[in-house]
Design a protein around this ligand. Structure first.
Ligand SMILES: CC(C)(COP(=O)(O)OP(=O)(O)OC[C@H]1O[C@@H](n2cnc3c(N)ncnc32)[C@H](O)[C@@H]1OP(=O)(O)O)[C@@H](O)C(=O)NCCC(=O)NCCS
Length: 154
């Protein structure tokens, strides 16, 4: 698989329907904190606010076959940490594209972020594999979640 053609850019309102469709995918819902269906009205409100929220970075990866998926960084701890969430287009899963996306997304991180946090359901085998094989360190497990940290800077 040649992943060199993967391009990462900031999400816009034009990605809204895709982000919502992928978010309401059954597997994605099962692996999310909130497992309910997200209504379009709620999604639209959330996305409009998120796109102008400087504590969030919303990214889309694509290649010559189209959109690969969505990735979000949410700043916490006064900007020193960002939580990462990744959700691929269901049609583009099982092609080993997420590690490339995770790697390329780092260049969009705001200054001041020292580490990345990923909270992954213990049952989410593929995602646990992806983060642990992308140098994220498993720090602890609690209430069905594994907490991974990747140090960006000291
Ligand atoms: C998790 C997700 C991003 C992975 O995407 P992907 O890149 O298409 O994953 P792939 O199926 O191609 O597998 C990637 C790697 O995981 C491995 N893998 C796949 N299924 C696995 C399993 N059940 N157990 C362990 N490893 C597994 C693959 O062998 C591959 O390993 P390698 O790259 O080291 O060779 C994608 O499935 C997704 O969007 N899921 C829904 C949302 C989600 O769970 N997000 C994570 C929480 S933030």
């Amino acid at each position: 698989m040649n992943n060199t053609s993967v391009r990462v850019r900031r999400a816009t309102q034009l990605d809204s329907n895709d982000i919502l469709t992928w978010r309401n995918d059954d597997t994605t819902r099962k692996m999310s904190r909130n497992t309910g269906i997200i209504l379009k009205k709620d999604h639209d409100n959330w996305l409009t606010a998120a796109l102008t929220n400087t504590d969030k970075v919303l990214l889309i990866a694509e290649d010559n076959q189209g959109k690969i998926g969505f990735l979000r960084f949410d700043s916490t701890d006064k900007g020193s940490r960002a939580e990462v969430s990744i959700n691929l287009n269901p049609n583009r899963r099982d092609q080993k594209l997420s590690k490339t996306f995770l790697r390329q997304a780092k260049r969009f991180l705001p200054r001041g972020v020292n580490d990345l946090l990923a909270c992954i359901k213990v049952e989410n085998e593929v995602s646990n594999h992806i983060f642990s094989s992308s140098n994220y360190e498993l720090k602890h497990s609690k209430d069905g979640y594994n907490y991974y940290i990747l140090k960006i800077r000291k």
